[in-house]
Design a protein around this ligand. Structure first.
Ligand code: NAI
Ligand code: 15L
Length: 277
């Protein structure tokens, strides 16, 4: 039946660039979209998520959408509203129109890049002292307007499943970078290779309805319950522990007083926000 075609939104970004390299190895053909040109990809669709006609064309015939596009850090409410809240709504409307136009009853599956910042004010569990891993059902406690937009995106995904039967896996990504760069990140790190494994599982598992999963590697210092991710067939292969000696020598252990060390969202919980407005 040939490779499955996936629309990758946010293809010019950090994660998009990593996934452009890794997902074809799992057998996907990628159609790329970003508001910025995508380096080395002249065929990429350069369009804003709020360009409804471009988005409608972009989802035509695809088997799934890996929705990474959006502002990926704290920003003003108005900017978050446009790109993350309205933009994600427009994506679902495009997918709904595409599904309605198909005679065979199929619909593109969405994999939504949610974030740990949807639950950023949740205290970090002291797993080493017997605290349980945090389940996906923990109440959402966004730490920023950014985190609020991810919380909204998860609700949008649930709504489009309940109302229109469109399937989504919402992945609450921890930190998906080549290497963890601080002590908190050892608990929430998702190696790029594990990221590709998880997105592949999320795109290909059967009957997901709307499923929420945490996106991380099999870290020794993990804070999250990965059972819903594993139920999709995800088997993480990496562990941040190999960086522990170096990071602990540089930063020392997590403190018991700094809010950024007491909450899962790390620096995002600090007020005033550290990210420039
Ligand atoms: P990034 O900021 O490097 O990439 C985001 C891309 O989205 C950019 O290329 C940007 O041009 C594009 N974009 C923004 N607004 C857009 C719009 N209105 N229309 C079209 N394109 C738009 O972020 P990164 O790190 O690649 O993250 C990708 C996604 O994963 C984001 O949604 C982010 O919130 C989420 N995420 C990433 C994590 C990570 O560790 N990298 C952790 C948790 C969530
Ligand atoms: C996110 O949601 C951001 O998009 C990413 O840049 C990292 O800051 C990550 O969370 C994190 O919590 O480390």
């Amino acid at each position: 039946s040939g490779p499955r075609t996936i629309l990758l939104t946010g293809a010019a970004g950090g994660l998009g660039t990593l996934m452009r390299e890794l997902l074809p190895r799992h057998g996907y053909a990628l159609r790329l979209l970003d508001v910025r040109p995508v380096e080395g990809a002249p065929d990429a669709i350069v369009a804003d998520l709020n360009d409804t006609e471009a988005l409608r064309e972009a989802v035509r015939g695809v088997d799934g959408v890996l929705h990474l596009a959006g502002i990926s850090l704290e920003s003003t409410f108005d900017k978050i509203l446009e790109s993350n809240i309205k933009g994600t709504y427009q994506l679902y409307e495009a997918v709904r129109a595409e599904a309605a136009s198909r005679a065979d009853g199929t619909a593109p599956r969405v994999v939504f890049a949610s974030s740990n910042h949807a639950i950023g004010y949740t205290p970090r569990p002291r797993v080493e002292d017997g605290d349980p891993l945090v389940p996906v059902g923990t109440p959402r406690r966004p730490d920023t307007f950014y985190g609020l937009s991810k919380s909204f995106g998860e609700d949008l995904a649930q709504f489009y499943w309940d109302k229109h039967g469109l399937e989504t896996v919402s992945v609450r990504i921890g930190s998906c970078f080549k290497e963890p760069t601080d002590v908190r990140m050892m608990s929430v790190w998702m190696s790029p290779a594990d990221g590709a494994r998880l997105f592949h599982a999320a795109l290909s598992a059967r009957d997901v309805g709307h499923t929420v999963v945490y996106g991380s590697s099999a870290n020794t210092r993990l804070w999250w319950d990965l059972s819903t991710a594993r139920a999709l067939g995800y088997e993480p292969q990496d562990d941040s522990e190999e960086y522990a000696e170096k990071l602990l020598a540089e930063f020392g252990p997590l403190s018991d007083t700094d809010p950024a060390h007491l909450h899962m969202g790390g620096r995002f919980v600090n007020d005033p926000p550290v990210w420039p407005y």
